[in-house]
Design a protein around this ligand. Structure first.
Ligand code: HEM
Length: 531
């Protein structure tokens, strides 16, 4: 993103000259460009208005205002122009939506109108253009694929599992990986003074989604997996809302290291998934469906015998691409959520202690936390909610697109308009939250501190809303809960003394704090009576 923005800045900065003729020529070209690049005046139906927004420069539009932390820049602009505003990225108009009520209206009540995805060049590179999450299709075939993904995901994660000693497969996988992490953290701590736990967290979280999708787990030193999961930052830089090269065609022809990396990540990702899918095809047995990949292969084969192909035109390739999406969406989001949890816990030791006291009183230390403990740990739940709100690590949803011409809050919005949904703004809106920049889990508790206040928790926006709402929401929330409680039941997290840690989120599809090698982890002292 930064490289692209610099290029965009270079573009406007390059005009200049010394002689009067050159100045005149430059001015003429400028005016011509201005005329050519102004969006054609749209015909706005009677009774409606075009959305307001800041005036942009020719060629680059408002790119310069958005070049750093677009979520903050667009929040500031929304304070001036309102919940429905229009900015220009390059010459393309982009609708930016803020405000919880406006988002509920657009994404839920008028959900069909706002459910598309824009056809962006970088999105075409994801899963060979077949991605469920990023491709522009939003018709019946897409709806059938989303349903298929939801069902497969449910069967191999949160559905009751009579064959397992855990309540569901998700609990079994997470519990195992979290217990392994406890041992791993203590082992690394013996070897090093302090370290970055995210390096291990990401493999454990990836192993959970690998177990569900592919029925396999990887070693923490597996180079193939490590090289994939450690490149999520580069992926997020390009796939984030507002990547200039998606909107300014000229930038696509200029060399960009970030773009080259993005292409390479997607290529390696496809190779990784294809290899596993081929292995599954070779050993497939319809009487013994082992995981999500098998269940999708099974679906392809059933459809073939039922002659359903012409019906919804789902290609086998597009069905198999679903595992690509589930794996991709399933590890970076949850790892980022957990890394923020650990950072807040280490930065606020009193809050960490309060969670641990709650765990000691409710669960003790003899048995591992289970998913059924969720409703019994209100402070822990409030802490997780506050992590989602305060970090807002998914500042925007994946961009949306209008599927037809529509109206919102009295503004006219043409078909195929690209839409950014500003989740960060909602989570820091002073009209919704008292002291929005403070980290205060208690804001979600009732006065007695015994229950979550559901009116407050429903205001946090993290998983999107409506037709495009995240299909892994329950899995994501449950994983964060179970990993965090298992880790905090056994371990104490702190930061090595030194300079203050920089908690500023780095802009991307998912926002992380700067790499921090200063975590120290030790086994908790026995509490009175337990252990
Ligand atoms: C804490 C964890 C997670 C967070 C915060 C999160 C958040 C989101 C958000 C904001 C979106 C975009 C919504 C929109 O565009 O309006 C999304 C989409 C999606 N998520 Fe998640 N997610 C998480 C975990 C997961 C997991 C574990 C999976 C799967 C195993 C998953 C699968 C997906 C898929 C497939 C989509 C695309 C849906 C569509 O385009 O219709 N997510 N998620």
């Amino acid at each position: 993103m930064a490289a692209g923005m610099e290029t965009a800045m270079g573009l406007v900065g390059s005009a200049g000259g010394v002689s009067a003729t050159e100045v005149l020529l430059a001015a003429t070209v400028f005016c011509l460009l201005l005329l050519l690049t102004q969006p054609l005046r749209r015909r706005v139906p009677k009774g409606l208005k075009p959305p307001p927004g800041p005036r942009g420069l020719p060629v680059v539009g408002n790119v310069l205002e958005l070049r750093k932390d677009p979520h903050l820049a667009l929040t500031r602009l929304s304070q001036k122009y309102g919940d429905v505003m229009e900015v220009a990225i390059g010459t393309q108009p982009v609708l930016v939506l803020s405000g919880l009520d406006t988002l509920r209206q657009a994404l839920v009540r008028q959900g069909e109108d706002f459910m598309g995805r824009p056809d962006l060049p970088s999105f075409r590179l994801i899963a060979n253009g077949q991605s469920l999450a990023f491709s522009p299709e939003a018709g019946d075939a897409w709806k059938a694929r989303r349903k298929l993904a939801q069902n497969a995901l449910k069967t191999f994660s949160i559905a009751a599992s009579p064959a397992s000693s855990s309540s569901c497969l998700l609990e079994e996988h997470v519990s195992k990986e979290a217990a392994y992490l406890v041992t791993k953290f203590l082992q690394v701590m013996e070897e090093e003074q302090s370290f970055d736990p995210c390096r291990y967290l990401v493999v454990s979280v990836a192993n959970v989604i690998c177990a569900m999708c592919f029925g396999k787990r990887y070693d923490h030193n597996d180079q193939e997996l490590l090289s994939l999961v450690n490149d999520s930052n580069e992926f997020g830089e390009v796939a984030a809302a507002g990547n200039p090269s998606d909107f300014i065609p000229l930038l696509r022809y200029l060399p960009s290291r970030t773009m080259d990396l993005f292409k390479d990540i997607n290529r390696r990702f496809n190779v990784f998934i294809e290899k596993i899918v081929q292995e599954h095809y070779a050993t497939f047995n319809k009487e013994h469906i082992r995981d999500i990949t098998d269940s999708l292969i099974g679906h392809c084969q059933e459809r073939k015998t039922a002659g359903e192909d012409t019906n919804l035109q789902l290609s086998n390739q597009s069905i198999i691409a679903i595992v690509n999406d589930l794996f991709g969406a399933g590890f970076d989001t949850v790892t980022t959520a957990l890394s923020w949890c650990l950072m807040y816990a280490a930065s606020y030791p009193d809050m960490q202690k309060r969670i641990q006291d709650e765990l000691d009183q409710t669960i003790g230390r003899e048995r591992r936390p289970r998913l059924s403990d969720r409703g019994t740990l209100p402070y822990t739940e409030a802490f997780i909610l506050e992590m989602f709100r305060h970090s807002s690590f998914l500042p925007f949803t994946i961009p949306h697109r209008t599927t037809k011409a529509t109206a919102l809050n009295g503004y006219y919005i043409p078909k195929d308009t690209c839409v950014f949904v500003n989740q960060w703004q909602v989570n820091h809106d002073e009209k919704l939250w008292q002291d929005p920049f403070a980290f205060k889990p208690e804001r979600f508790l009732n006065t007695a501190g015994t229950e979550i206040n559901r009116t407050e928790s429903d205001k946090v926006l993290t998983f999107g809303l409506g037709r495009r709402r995240c299909i892994g929401e329950s899995i994501g929330r449950w994983e964060v809960f179970l990993f965090l409680t298992t880790l905090l039941q056994q371990l104490e997290f702190s930061l090595a003394p030194g300079e203050a840690v920089d908690l500023t989120p780095q802009y991307g599809l998912t926002m992380k704090y700067k790499k921090c090698e200063r975590f120290q982890i030790k086994r908790r002292l026995p509490s009175n009576g337990s252990l």
